[in-house]
Design a protein around this ligand. Structure first.
Ligand code: SF4
Length: 210
């Protein structure tokens, strides 16, 4: 089921029984980014905090395992799913191996998601932990940084356990989510998800079937 199909079939929440959404803590304004900031503001995600029909569960997996501030880390040799399968590593910019800590963080995130019975996750794209559509392939500070299609370790852990993950850049899916939690929201049909934008198609050499 696509992200959009999944969101459309979600139940209609009420203030008494709100939709339970797991969010990257930094997207909610928590200062848990690698540099002790919230990684900037993303109105598309912050909007979700305003609805009485939404209950937000915040978690920062990297803060859980490594504290804040901390080094930046990226996945080397594959995607987050590959890390979980023992085929790739998480290394910091100075070369420390954070693979085990990141896997522990992903397990904690899954534990929280299950305990809170979250119905969807909205996570920060590009992150080696929370990325859901695009992540770096190796060190993001390399002269020729490379992107790859794939999820970070914690998003991959949620996905492989059946939890739907979208990012703050999946604007079309978010439009459907806003409409799900707010009967008065008019869906902006011009919005697109991250995998539908021109940069994504061009960078990953994706040709569109007409
Ligand atoms: S690990 Fe996730 S929640 Fe924490 S700062 Fe990075 S993107 Fe945000």
């Amino acid at each position: 089921m696509t992200d959009k199909e999944y969101i459309k079939q979600l139940r209609v929440p009420t203030p008494e029984n709100p939709l339970r959404i797991l969010m990257s803590a930094c997207l909610t304004g928590v200062l848990c980014g690698y540099d002790g900031t919230a990684n900037g503001e993303y109105p598309s995600a912050l909007k979700l905090l305003q609805y009485p029909t939404v209950s937000i569960v915040k978690f920062c997996p990297e803060d859980y395992s490594f504290g804040s501030p901390r080094e930046m880390c990226d996945i080397h040799g594959g995607t987050g799913m590959d890390v979980l399968e023992g085929k790739a590593k998480v290394l910091t910019e100075s070369g420390k191996d954070w693979t085990d800590g990141m896997i522990r963080a992903s397990e904690k995130m899954l534990e929280i998601a299950r305990k809170e019975a979250v119905e969807i996750a909205v996570l920060m794209d590009i992150s080696a932990a929370c990325g859901s559509q695009v992540i770096y392939d190796g060190n993001r500070f390399a002269e020729n940084k490379i992107y790859q299609i794939g999820a970070g370790v914690c998003a991959a852990q949620l996905m492989r356990n059946g939890i739907k993950v979208i990012s703050q850049r999946d604007y079309a899916s978010l439009e459907l989510l806003y409409a799900k939690v707010d009967a008065n929201h008019e869906i902006d049909t011009t919005r697109t998800d991250h995998h539908e934008i021109a940069w994504y198609k061009s960078y990953f050499n994706i040709t569109v079937q007409e």
